[in-house]
Ligand binder design. Structure first.
Ligand SMILES: Cc1cc2nc3c(=O)[nH]c(=O)nc-3n(C[C@H](O)[C@H](O)[C@H](O)COP(=O)(O)OP(=O)(O)OC[C@H]3O[C@@H](n4cnc5c(N)ncnc54)[C@H](O)[C@@H]3O)c2cc1C
Length: 491
């Protein structure tokens, strides 16, 4: 990625020994202390650099926020971390988190999707698939025809995810599998999203073999790559919730963490950068050798640039990346007041079912100790790119919509005992058709401002494991820049 793909901790450790030999320790500013900023700061420090981290909020972690209220453990943002690689497993060990990990219960592999107004379990075996009512017989036959569907041959055209899935797998797969999945994970609308930039692996299968099925078979027959050693696949959280992860990263940092410090501008000085920031009523600046910004793209529109003029069109492109709003409503019920067995991860609501919610997680079924004894803890997502206006309704209205939908699909016998609303007006960036232009714009901004690097979920990806993994690449880009800046050839 970003011209330094696949570089890992070993590369950084060897660079770190070079930097330690240099007379001055390079000083790097990291803007934003969400999971991206924290993990990049951690990687930079491991490579021997001094880091100052700037965060506008009074706390670190961005949407990773967990709190216990009235005996319910609430996640205000993400609920789970999906560990698929040994690199992530090693990071959690390094952070001393092994004893804090809680695995999702086995039953969490069961997921429901609403069809005909009721939750139907997603089939988990070929036999269950054949019996399932989730897709009609015609849709199942259409799936079998996938290898016969010609590949999209318009090179360079960025196809929407909806078009891609409808074309290869049929309308019902789009309506009852992809649409609810994308609504539940990206708060996204597949009609707007870029297939290449969100489900790139599927696009690659089509590019390689002309078919998803044939492409997957071909890959299976190939010898496994040694680049990403597999780990036990785990869907996990921590006893204190996901915030434990960002708290642990913050605790590992040695540099200065400036909280409640809103970055207001970047100034290019002769051979360094100055980060200008506001804290309460006072303003100040810190001079650094390089900057890694993990600020949400819209925050860049508020920055003043001095001594450098970033290309206007590219800056505008980046700052215009769409964000979907999302409101999370946590509800607590007595177990006997919800008719559904809640035996799974949760239930997703396809657009075609015309509901007011995107989906509901069965939080207390997934992880232990998320609700008081005899109670259940549910979290319902409202809004997203599908129905942004609903996320912006006031608390009473949004709670009413949630209760209406929960009653319809899970069967409520009483009012919730506990309700909590968490709002994210700009929850998740949408990688829409044409997203490559945004990535190119980021690259142009970096070219125009040598020593300033962009990272974070508007540039990299939305998923937590991938954001954590990206720390190596960003730290390597900084070390490459510093080596170039200090090499004799550059003077
Ligand atoms: C409701 C919700 C549910 C999600 N669920 C999942 C999930 O289950 N699994 C998953 O993998 N991902 C999930 N995600 C996505 C994931 O949480 C995000 O992609 C990730 O946390 C983004 O991290 P980041 O560090 O890139 O950005 P952020 O966390 O947004 O960090 C950017 C930081 O910059 C700070 N900032 C902004 N402006 C300034 C300024 N001017 N000066 C200084 N600081 C500033 C912000 O306060 C923020 O802390 C979810 C997201 C949301 C909102």
């Amino acid at each position: 990625m970003h011209g330094s793909a696949g570089r890992d901790g070993d590369h950084l450790r060897s660079v770190s020994s070079i930097l330690r030999g240099a007379t001055m320790t390079p000083h790097i500013a990291v803007l934003g202390a969400g999971i991206s900023g924290l993990s990049i700061a951690y990687a930079l420090e491991q490579a021997g650099m001094r880091v100052t981290l700037f965060e506008a909020n009074a706390r670190v972690g961005g949407p990773l926020r967990s709190s216990r209220i009235d005996g319910y453990l609430l996640e205000h943002g993400p609920h789970t971390l999906f560990q698929r690689t040994s690199a992530l497993a090693s990071l959690l060990t390094e952070l001393g988190l092994d004893d804090a990990i809680v695995d999702a219960r086995e039953s969490a592999s069961r997921r429901y999707v609403v069809r005909y107004g009721r939750p139907l379990a997603l089939p988990q075996s070929p036999a269950a698939f054949l019996k399932s009512e989730l897709l009609s017989t015609a849709a199942k036959l259409r799936l079998l025809a996938e290898p016969l569907i010609p590949a999209f041959d318009r090179e360079g055209v960025d196809e929407s995810l909806a078009n891609f899935v409808e074309r290869r797998l049929g309308q019902e797969v789009l309506d009852y599998l992809l649409d609810p999945f994308v609504g539940g994970t990206y708060a996204g609308d597949p009609r707007q999203m870029s297939a290449r930039h969100t489900f790139g692996m599927l696009k690659e299968l089509e590019d390689e073999a002309g078919s998803l099925v044939l492409g997957a078979l071909k890959r299976k027959l190939r010898t496994p790559s040694s680049e990403t050693p597999p780990a036990k696949r785990r869907l996990l959280s921590f006893t204190g919730g996901l915030q434990t992860l960002t708290d642990a990263l913050a605790a590992k940092l040695h540099g200065e963490l400036k909280l409640s410090a809103t970055v207001t501008g970047l100034r290019r000085d002769e051979s360094s950068w100055r980060v200008l920031y506001r804290r309460g009523k006072s303003t100040a600046g810190v001079s650094v050798d390089a900057i890694v910004s993990t600020l949400p793209s819209y925050a860049l529109a508020e920055l003043r640039f001095k001594g450098v003029t970033p290309p206007e069109r590219e800056l505008q492109r980046v700052t215009n990346i769409t964000f979907a709003p999302c409101t999370l409503v946590a509800t607590g019920f007595k177990r006997e007041d919800v008719a559904h067995p809640l035996d799974g991860f949760g239930v997703l609501a396809p657009r075609a079912e015309e509901m007011h919610t995107l989906g509901t997680l069965f939080v207390s079924s997934m992880f232990p100790e998320r609700a008081p004894r005899g109670r259940v803890n549910l979290t319902t997502f409202v809004g997203g790119a599908r129905q942004p206006e609903l996320a912006l309704l006031d608390d009473d209205a949004v709670i009413d919509l949630v209760k209406f939908d929960l009653n319809r699909i899970l069967g409520l016998r009483a009012e919730p005992e506990f309700v909590h609303v968490s709002r994210w007006e700009r929850a998740i960036p949408q990688f829409e058709v044409g997203h490559q232009l945004m990535l190119d714009a980021y690259a142009s901004l970096e070219e125009a401002m040598p020593g300033v690097f962009f990272a974070g979920n508007t540039r990299d990806t939305v998923a937590l494991p991938a954001l954590l993994n990206a720390r190596h690449d960003h730290a390597a880009r900084v070390t490459d820049f510093l080596q170039l800046a200090t090499s004799p050839a550059s003077s």
